[in-house]
Design a protein around this ligand. Structure first.
Ligand SMILES: Nc1nc2c(c(=O)[nH]1)N[C@H]1C(S)=C(S)[C@@H](COP(=O)(O)O)O[C@H]1N2
Ligand SMILES: [Mo]
Length: 254
């Protein structure tokens, strides 16, 4: 959630969060240099925004006893295309994750190669806009590891996730995130759910977990990650399947 406070709201003390933060930095602000740095009109807004909406903060993680007995599925339960069925039939041995676009070293990675890379495990809550949540345990490769391996260029600003399915209509499912989310420590490409290989209904063989975002950003059935400088030329131009077809917000931060 993005919270934008007007200068007036701050001065009149509206917003408990703002008040708490201001109290916390009273002592710091006694130093003339700190006050100058923080409280010039422009910097103050920047600082306030950072303080309230720290996008690098971690999403809550849960303990094993808090896990949902079943992690339900939503959207596509099986891409059901000839290409996907062929990949599924031999246990995804021929599946490859492509990483290309604005990178100096394009990659094509097998599931075995991904399994051999450093991984992270996290028990998090998935929140769908349709009104349900589930807590599940994910294991996968931090996206940051792959972006370094692919030597992403400095001109890249977004990562586009291309999926194997058509989200109900004729358009392929896709999603995108910016670099803050791409390098967030809990952003992983998950190949396991609840200690088992990722089931087909939850996105086999690989899906994105971007834990500070809502359910529709968690792209399943990953085929390709494309680094781009802007999103306007990708499909409908709004950065994601649901953004294009139903006007969902591109930034779905929670
Ligand atoms: N490729 C693809 N990814 C997708 C979807 C989809 O239909 N296709 N649905 C999205 C939505 S709306 C949600 S809530 C989650 C559901 O993930 P789950 O099936 O593992 O519960 O996946 C998201 N990612
Ligand atoms: Mo969703």
């Amino acid at each position: 959630m993005t919270l934008i406070l007007s200068r007036r709201a701050l001065v009149t003390g509206a917003g408990a969060a703002a008040t708490a933060l201001l109290t916390g930095c009273d002592r710091l602000a006694e130093h003339e240099s700190v006050r100058k740095a923080l409280f010039t009109a422009d910097n103050f807004h920047l600082w306030m925004q950072r303080a309230i909406t720290d996008r690098n903060a971690l999403a809550q993680e849960f303990s094993p006893d808090q896990m949902s007995p079943v992690f339900r599925a939503n959207g596509t339960f099986n891409p059901n295309t000839e290409d996907y069925k062929a990949l599924w039939r031999n246990g995804f041995a021929d599946w490859r994750l492509k990483i290309d676009g604005l990178v100096d070293r394009p990659l094509s990675l097998s599931l075995a190669q991904l399994h051999a890379m450093p991984h992270r495990e996290q028990i998090t809550r998935h929140d769908c806009v349709e009104g349900w949540s589930a807590i599940g345990k994910w294991r996968g490769v931090p996206l940051a590891v792959l972006l370094h391996a692919a030597r992403m260029r400095t001109t890249a600003r977004y990562l586009v996730f291309h999926c194997a399915d058509f989200g109900g209509g004729t358009d392929p499912y896709y999603e995108s995130i910016d670099l803050v989310d791409a390098f967030h420590p809990q952003t992983i490409l998950a190949y396991a759910l609840n200690d088992r290989a990722l089931p087909v209904q939850n996105g086999a063989p690989l899906r994105l977990r971007v834990e500070r975002q809502l359910g529709y950003k968690q792209a399943k059935y990953l085929m390709r990650i494309e680094a781009v400088s802007d999103l306007a030329s990708i499909f409908g131009g709004k950065g994601g399947y649901w953004e294009d077809v139903a006007g969902y917000q591109w930034y779905a931060g929670i």
